[in-house]
Ligand binder design. Structure first.
Ligand code: FAD
Length: 118
C-alpha cells in the first residue's frame, strides 16, 4: 500500500555492454554486471539467464576451460549486443517521440532474433 513518506527511487535509464572477454582466469561475469539493458525489450534477466545456461553448456562440453570460454563468448556476444543496443535505440525513439515505423521494425526484428535458439 502506498505510503506518503515512501521514497521514490528515480534514476535515469542506463545501459552497459562490457567488451569481451567477460572472464579473468576462472572468474566469469554474466548478467547485468556485463550486459545491462534499458527495459524496452524486457530481456535483461533473459539474457543473463541464457548466459548462465550457455556457460554451463560449454563447460560440460569442452575439455579445457579456455575452449569452453571461447565458445561461450562466441555464443553470447551478438545476442547480448542486440538486446542492449536495440533497447537503447527504442528508448531514444520513445523519449524523443521519434519514428514509430522504425520502432516497430526494430521491435519486430529483435523479438524474431530472440526467438531463435541460443
Ligand atoms: C523494474 C524492472 C523490471 C524488469 N523487468 C524485466 C523483465 O520483464 N524481463 C527481463 O528479462 N528483465 C527485466 N528486468 C531486468 C532484470 O531484473 C535484470 O536484468 C536482472 O535482475 C539482472 O540479474 P543479475 O543477476 O545480473 O543482477 P541482479 O538481479 O542485480 O543481482 C545481483 C545480486 O548481487 C547482489 N550483490 C551486489 N553486490 C554484492 C556484493 N558485494 N556481495 C554480495 N552480493 C552482492 C545484489 O544484492 C543482488 O542480489 C527488470 C529490471 C527492473 C529494475
Amino acid at each position: 500500500m502506498f505510503k506518503a513518506e515512501a521514497n521514490i527511487d528515480y534514476r535515469p535509464l542506463a545501459n552497459l555492454l562490457v567488451p569481451m572477454p567477460w572472464n579473468r582466469g576462472r572468474l566469469v561475469m554474466i548478467g547485468d554486471t556485463v550486459a545491462a539493458t534499458t527495459p524496452h525489450l524486457a530481456s535483461g534477466a533473459g539474457i543473463g539467464i541464457e548466459s548462465g545456461i550457455v556457460l554451463a553448456d560449454e563447460l560440460s562440453a569442452n575439455d579445457t576451460l579456455q575452449a569452453a570460454l571461447d565458445k561461450f563468448h562466441a555464443r553470447r556476444w551478438e545476442r547480448c549486443r542486440l538486446v542492449v543496443e536495440n533497447s537503447a535505440r527504442l528508448c531514444h525513439i520513445e523519449i524523443n517521440d521519434g519514428d514509430r515505423q522504425e520502432h516497430s521494425k526494430i521491435m519486430g526484428q529483435s523479438l524474431a532474433a530472440l526467438a531463435q535458439p541460443i
